[in-house]
Design a binder for this molecule. Structure first.
Ligand SMILES: Cc1cc2c(cc1C)N(C[C@H](O)[C@H](O)[C@H](O)COP(=O)(O)O)c1[nH]c(=O)[nH]c(=O)c1N2
Length: 253
C-alpha cells in the first residue's frame, strides 16, 4: 500500500471527482476558482454526513481492500490542523491477538463505567453494545504526536489542545469517507488511553486520540443507535444556536 504525500501522487487523484470547468487552473494570485458544488455533489456530501453512524455490531468479516483503506486514510490526512502540524498517525491493528488484548482492556474499563449507573439505567447500559473491537476486521488507532512541529506551533500557543482538536478533525474526515465507501466505523473510548500505550508501543510524546473499529457494513441504524435504544436523544438545533451572547435567541438590530 502506498501512502504517497497528497501533493505528489496518484492516490489522492484517485479520490478526487472530475474537476469542473476552471477548477484546478491557478490564477496569477495562486488561487483557484471555487464554485459551489453541483446539486448532486452537495446531496452526496450531506448524505454522507447525515447517514454516518457509529457502528458496534454490524461489521462484515471481509477485509477492507488496500485501495479503499488508502482513500479513507488520505481523506483523514486532508484534515485541517493547527499550523499545518498534521499531528496524526494511524496505527492499523489487524492481529486478532492484539485486538483481543484491546478488548480485555475495554472489558475492564466498561465494568468501571457500568458501576456508575443505577437501577433501570444500569440495566439499559448493560444491554448496550459499545464496541466492535474483535468483530471488525480492522482497528485503527489515531494518535496525536504532541511534539510534531517543534515547541512553538503557529496557532497553538494560546490553545495548547488544538493539536488534539486537529487529530479529531482527521477522525471525522476518516469517518465520513468511510461512510461513502460503505465502510462502518465505531469509536471506542471506554479505555484508559494509557493502558493502550504498551500494546501499541507509543512513545511518551504520542497520545491516543481515537480507537476505531473499521469494516464493511450492509446495514446501519437510520438514527444514532443510542437514540434507537432510548439512551439519549438528539437535541434540537434551535436550542443550541445563540445570537451574539450565550443564551440570546433573537438577533438584535
Ligand atoms: C469522542 C467519541 C467517543 C465515543 C463515541 C463518539 C465520540 C465522538 N461513541 C459513539 C457515540 O455514541 C455516537 O457517535 C453517538 O451516539 C451518535 O451516534 P452516531 O455517531 O450518529 O451513530 C462511542 N460509542 C460507543 O459505543 N462506545 C464508545 O466508547 C464511544 N466513544
Amino acid at each position: 500500500m502506498s501512502f504517497a504525500n497528497p501533493s505528489s501522487g496518484a492516490p489522492v487523484d484517485a479520490m478526487r471527482s472530475t474537476p469542473r470547468e476552471g477548477e484546478g487552473a491557478s490564477e496569477p494570485s495562486g488561487l483557484s476558482p471555487a464554485q459551489p458544488f453541483s446539486r448532486a455533489e452537495r446531496a452526496a456530501v450531506y448524505r454522507a454526513i447525515e447517514t454516518r453512524r457509529d457502528v458496534r455490531d454490524e461489521f462484515l468479516p471481509e477485509p477492507v481492500p488496500d485501495d479503499v483503506l488508502l482513500r479513507i486514510l488520505q481523506a483523514a490526512h486532508c484534515a485541517p490542523s493547527v499550523g499545518l502540524m498534521q499531528p496524526w498517525n494511524f496505527i492499523l491493528i489487524r492481529d486478532p491477538r492484539q485486538k483481543a488484548a484491546a478488548h480485555d482492556l475495554f472489558t475492564r474499563s466498561n465494568a468501571e463505567a457500568e458501576a456508575l449507573f443505577e437501577g433501570d439505567r444500569a440495566a439499559l447500559y448493560r444491554s448496550l453494545k459499545l464496541e466492535g473491537i474483535r468483530k471488525a476486521p480492522l482497528n485503527i488507532c489515531v494518535t496525536c504526536d504532541r511534539s510534531r512541529g517543534g515547541p512553538v506551533v503557529l496557532g497553538r500557543t494560546h490553545q495548547r489542545d488544538t493539536d488534539l482538536y486537529s487529530a479529531v478533525c482527521a477522525v471525522q474526515n476518516l469517518w465520513l469517507a468511510a461512510r461513502a465507501e460503505g465502510v462502518g466505523v465505531g469509536w471506542v473510548s471506554i479505555f484508559d488511553p494509557d493502558d493502550l500505550r504498551p500494546l501499541l508501543g507509543l512513545p511518551s510524546e504520542v497520545v491516543v486520540v481515537a480507537y476505531l473499529c473499521v469494516g464493511y457494513v450492509d446495514r446501519l441504524y437510520p438514527l444514532p443507535e443510542l437514540e434507537a435504544k432510548n439512551w439519549a436523544r438528539r437535541l434540537s438545533l434551535d436550542d443550541l444556536v445563540f445570537e451574539g451572547r450565550w443564551g440570546r435567541r433573537d438577533a438584535v438590530d
